[in-house]
Design a protein around this ligand. Sequence first.
Ligand code: PLP
Length: 290
Amino acid sequence: MKLTGENLPFIRVVPPGPEAKKVLAKDKRYVSPSYTRAYPLVAERGYGITIEDPDGNRYLDFTAGVAVCATGHCHPEIVQAIQMQSEQLIHMIGTDFYYRWQSDVAETLTKITPGRFPKKVFLANTGAESIEAGLKLARYFTRRPRMIAFIGAFHGRTMGALSLTASKAAQRRHFAPLLPEVTHIPYPYCYRCVFNLTHPKCNFACINYLKDHIFTKVAPPEDVAAIVVEPIQGEGGYVVPPAGYFQRLQKVAKEFGILLICDEVQSGLGRTGKMFAIEHWNVEPDIICE
Ligand SMILES: Cc1ncc(COP(=O)(O)O)c(C=O)c1O
């Protein structure tokens, strides 16, 4: 989108202005304090890369909502699609009935996801819900109880997804007991390597740790249903694993009949330059949560 006078950043009043302050006051009175806002920005409308607050201040939205508005705000084609659908059929219940669009979108997803093998799609409402579905599918398919997840991971706030999440202690505080049998291992965060080693001389010490320590002392691999991983860790600090990491991880998973689940909620659908971030490593996961 071209920046013009209409959408250039512009500060009319020092934020939060009087209208924003009214929203903040009402929010404080009525809205759950569990939402963790970092600063008092009230978004009233959005267009392209710009958002505007109730006092007419305009900002460039570098965060794309919460990393979800890859198309910009209120893209006219998306607005039109929503308008058309809401006039045609506004409620759906995919568990009970059939819809043309449900199979259409499922077919498209099977084509754009990595791997040329037969696939099926489960449609969910949120990222956390897709993680819950991935967890259930992995347990159902393997009949195994355990999961491996990563320190620094964010997978959502529902109880199953939260059990895999380990990016901030505050997200888990006072919510235990969580799902049992989840073991967290270090993410391949080479810049702050927990083993104090350097890639590639480390020879993937973080993967050897999984095989040599976790699988032999903590979580028997034949009990592990899945390894759940963000191809690029988002909330954990936008961490990109080194070349070769995911190929090695998948090899270990395959060796023990463990499924590889990629959480692409934040990294998928073109956000990293490939349709799915895991494609940067040429790896085909067993389950993708998007
Ligand atoms: C990697 C990742 N997984 C899962 C989620 C949870 O998605 P949602 O907030 O839609 O439940 C998020 C949300 O930020 C995320 O970044």
